[in-house]
Ligand binder design. Structure first.
Ligand code: BDP
Length: 598
């Protein structure tokens, strides 16, 4: 699937705005055919937005189940003769969609796109009715997982991840026009050697008999630097300008379907950053140079809009990353909006791209986030069916993000149970799925503190070790000296594995404005001291190739005794004001050469 775009042969129309919206507490709408006409009893709802915080109503905020969205739109009259597609960038966590009375598609997974050809159902110049039945219930067979428990006051949604289950239509919905003879997919893989670059491309076309594929690579000034014909091939770029962290440079690859008389049937543009990624021993190399990740685990999370994409927040968050000297982040704990990845491509920020497989650890959840008594991997909990959903989520992430130069590493799960035979069996094939989908990038998963070196049975499959550690917070609380000793001991053991180590989480909850002369947890001073202690540990270990603080900003979680108005481990508050740690990190990161963004 290609991202919607405007080109000389394609057009797109954004369907954001106010949609009709109705919660369906009894799941009655499908049988009653709510898609067959205007939604009755509906309220208005913004798209894109998480629906949860828009109503001043707890029963809306905490709702799980069926959710109906509907709007009408007009197919541009100029689209006569075109193929018309309805494209959702995401629907969290699943959706079924109707156009007028006809069901056109269903999709599982809350953070990747899906689309349907609706040409036969619509007439250019006329209106269509789009109805989406979104569902945000988590089960043992969803990624991320959850379960419904019966309580004295009714069913409750339990889940094991530490962020609020925001849901709805978080990203744009599009009507798209493409030619019937069309480019359907495109993969680019780039290489660098002695100052010259290569761009290997593979394209797929549909209904394209009589068309040849022509590709043109242009530099940022629009000058043609290479051309080729054929559905796949290699473009040589002598004297290439590489894409590098902090120094983004993008070429434009145009793929065209051209018929015998030279008429262009379809044209698709793909930005291309020429760069290489390689793991060598304990080093992580970008363009053959050792790269040190400095940045954050983040969240798509803002007041009111929840997990919705917003360009204004995107620009501001990247400005803060630049201000603080970050060069990278992880899309913890799900695929982010494609706008975020495009922006990172253009601004030279490096991304660890994560699947929404978070909370596959009922032991951890039982201990910290509530919900006891489940075995993570078992026929009745996370099982083979879950693994198929997880595999599909990996494939869809790679399919969506494979051409982004900013993406250098796949994370196929965050903090799953990884110290059991069940975990080993569950994950082994998933690493194969990731490597089959993308043989060019390293693959890893994020290891939890409960599965330390010597106990973890999944890290053997990973190219890079990603560790989340909370010495000085969840353990050795308030005792930074003891934390430093234990952390140093554990990290040295991991270093012995001979793989690069990225510390993908370390952090301390901090109440902005709480100050303390002595190092008291929750104070701004403690967060600074905690980070300093961690940095001493990292700086003493050659195998550590990255530090990503948890978290960039405070974020919403479900309520509970562990959280005060959400998770407060942000270096910025939820409304993006700096805590003291922001200035401390800025001093450290900006002192490092690789810290500047363009
Ligand atoms: C880890 C998780 C992350 C949590 C964090 C925390 O990966 O999602 O928010 O710890 O406890 O367990 O703050």
């Amino acid at each position: 699937m290609l991202r919607p775009q405007d080109s000389s042969t394609r057009e797109k129309k954004r369907l954001d705005g106010l949609w009709s919206f109705r919660l369906d507490r009894d799941s009655a709408g499908r049988d009653a055919g709510w898609f067959r006409g205007p939604l009755t009893g509906a309220r208005e709802m913004a798209v894109p937005a998480s629906f949860n915080d828009l109503a001043a109503d707890a029963s809306v905020r905490d709702y799980f189940g069926d959710i109906w969205y509907q709007r009408t739109a007009r197919v541009p009259k100029g689209w006569a003769g075109e193929r018309v597609v309805l494209h959702f960038e995401s629907a969290t966590h699943r959706a079924t969609v109707w156009v007028n009375d006809t069901e056109v598609m269903s999709h599982e997974g809350g953070y990747t796109p899906f689309e349907a050809d609706i040409t036969e159902l619509v007439t250019p110049g006329e209106e269509l009715r789009i109805t989406a039945l979104v569902n945000n219930t988590l089960s043992f067979q969803s990624i991320p997982p959850g379960v419904i428990e019966q309580t004295p006051t009714g069913p409750a949604q339990i889940y094991w991840h530490d962020f609020f289950n925001f849901a709805g239509l978080h990203r744009s919905v599009w009507l798209v026009a493409t030619p019937q003879a069309r480019i359907e997919d495109l993969t680019v893989v780039t290489g660098l050697a002695a100052g010259d670059g290569t761009v290997d491309y593979t394209s797929a076309a549909t209904d394209a008999d009589g068309f040849d594929t022509h590709v043109v690579l242009r530099d940022a000034d629009g000058a043609v630097v290479a051309e080729a014909t054929g559905a796949s091939g290699r473009l040589d770029v002598p004297g290439v300008r590489a894409w590098a962290p902090g120094a983004a440079y993008l070429y434009d690859l145009e793929v065209r379907l051209v018929d015998d008389s030279g008429v262009v049937g379809d044209s698709y543009h793909q930005p291309v950053g020429v760069r290489t990624v390689e793991v060598r021993g304990t080093q992580f190399l970008i363009n053959g140079e050792p790269f040190y990740f400095q940045g954050f685990g983040m969240h798509e999370d803002h007041a009111v809009i929840g997990k919705a994409h917003s360009d204004a927040h995107l620009v501001h968050d990247f400005e803060l990353l630049k201000w603080i000297g970050a060069n990278s982040f992880r899309t913890s704990h799900y695929p982010y909006s494609e706008e975020v990845l495009d922006y990172a491509d253009r601004h030279g920020i490096v991304i660890i791209d994560e699947v929404a497989a978070v909370g596959l650890n009922m032991g951890l959840g039982g201990g910290i986030f509530g919900g006891q008594g489940y075995q993570t991997f078992s026929p009745g909990t996370v099982n083979d069916a879950t693994r198929q959903v997880h595999a599909q989520a990996i494939r869809e992430l790679v399919a969506r993000d494979k051409n982004h130069p900013s993406v250098v590493l796949w994370s196929i799960a965050n903090e799953p149970e990884s110290d059991t035979a069940g975990a080993e069996d569950y994950f082994r094939p998933l690493f194969d799925v990731a490597r089959a989908a993308d043989p060019t990038r390293p693959v890893g998963f994020v290891n939890v503190m409960l599965a330390p070196h010597g106990k973890c049975r999944v890290s053997q499959f990973a190219d890079v070790l990603m560790l989340n550690r909370y010495y000085g917070w969840y353990v050795n609380t308030g005792d930074l000296a003891g934390a430093e000793q234990e952390w140093t001991r554990e990290i040295s053991a991991w270093a012995g594995d001979g793989k690069p180590i990225i510390i993908t989480e370390y952090g301390a909850d901090t109440m902005p404005g709480l100050h303390s002369l002595t190092p008291q947890p929750w104070s701004e001073e403690y967060q600074v001291d905690y980070l300093d202690m961690n940095h001493r540990v990292f700086d003493a270990c050659d195998a550590v190739v990255g530090e990503q603080v948890w978290n960039f900003a405070d974020f919403a979680t479900k309520s509970g005794i562990m959280r005060v108005d959400g998770n407060k481990k942000g270096v910025f508050t939820r409304d993006r004001r700096p805590k003291s740690a922001a200035f401390a990190l800025r001093r450290r990161w900006r002192a490092k050469e690789s810290g500047s963004l363009n």
